[in-house]
Design a protein around this ligand. Sequence first.
Ligand code: NAD
Length: 309
Amino acid sequence: TGKVVGFIGLGNMGIPMTTRLVAAGYQVRGFDSSPAAMANFTAIAPTESGGAAVPVDSLGSAGEGADAVIVMLPDSDIVERVILGRLASEPPSAPGGLLATLPPGTTLIDMSSSDPARTKILARLTAQTGVTLIDAPVSGGVAGAKAGTLAVMVGGSAESFERFKPMLSAIGKRVVHAGDVGAGHAVKALNNLMSAANLLISCEALTAGQRFGLDPAVMLEIINGSSGRSANTENKWPNYILTGTYDDGFALRLMVKDIKLALAIEHATGVPATASEAVATAWESALADLPPGADHTAIARWLSTRPEQ
Ligand code: NAD
């Protein structure tokens, strides 16, 4: 594959991910509907390896000369509107969106945490014009994106996986073929459900421990050497919760989206989901109570300030 790639969605994750691609020598043609995001992208310096951030002024020119266009957008509604110019569930209109501008043979790589069922449908639609869609969502947060250590879970053919593995390796350390298209999005949603469940439990347990008289830092030192440890106790608690900053860079509303996607997979597959349903209820209450832009780590503040029961 060539060294030109389109990239749509230059937000919290898109900026560090495109920075990694530029560092690896890619010419990244970036587009975002937000002027502030475009300014952040334009500020990425070119590299000696030939990498450069090339801002483009329309969706339509992002794919020029590129084998692949990556999208890193909030959710499936926005992914469909960007790619098709409409929701996939709406009747076809005049050609619009990114897809109409891409020559056959181009690959679309959806690195957002999208709905796996909708990803499968979208892949069938793009295939009608000779464009292959694969999913390659990530885990590891903004810090992992900056360090290039993300986990990348790829859904698509083995051929597509092999073809884009080198490029995805510029973004992530562990690039795994999850299965057919949609498989990456499915495992991503299920992973985040587990992460959300664990963060919620850690908030309940650490708040209880604190009220019992324990120092949270001491509790974390003990738990991180014990069986209750997780990415939340090892990373999010010390870096974003005990600091009082709540600025991990992953919005609470996006976490709630992922929990709902995972719950839909559990319901569709007939899994008894009592714990997942309780997790979803708590996170949805936090979303309703906290300010709109709240970071997902603010669930700790929300939990500890709820009325006692
Ligand atoms: P974000 O909201 O920071 O960035 C999304 C970007 O998309 C914004 O810059 C926005 O302006 C742009 N955008 C929205 N609509 C657009 C449109 N129609 N055309 C062009 N650009 C448009 O979100 P994020 O935190 O970067 O997350 C992106 C995706 O990655 C989400 O699906 C999220 O769940 C997932 N994710 C996030 C993290 C994290 O730690 N932040 C980690 C893993 C996965």
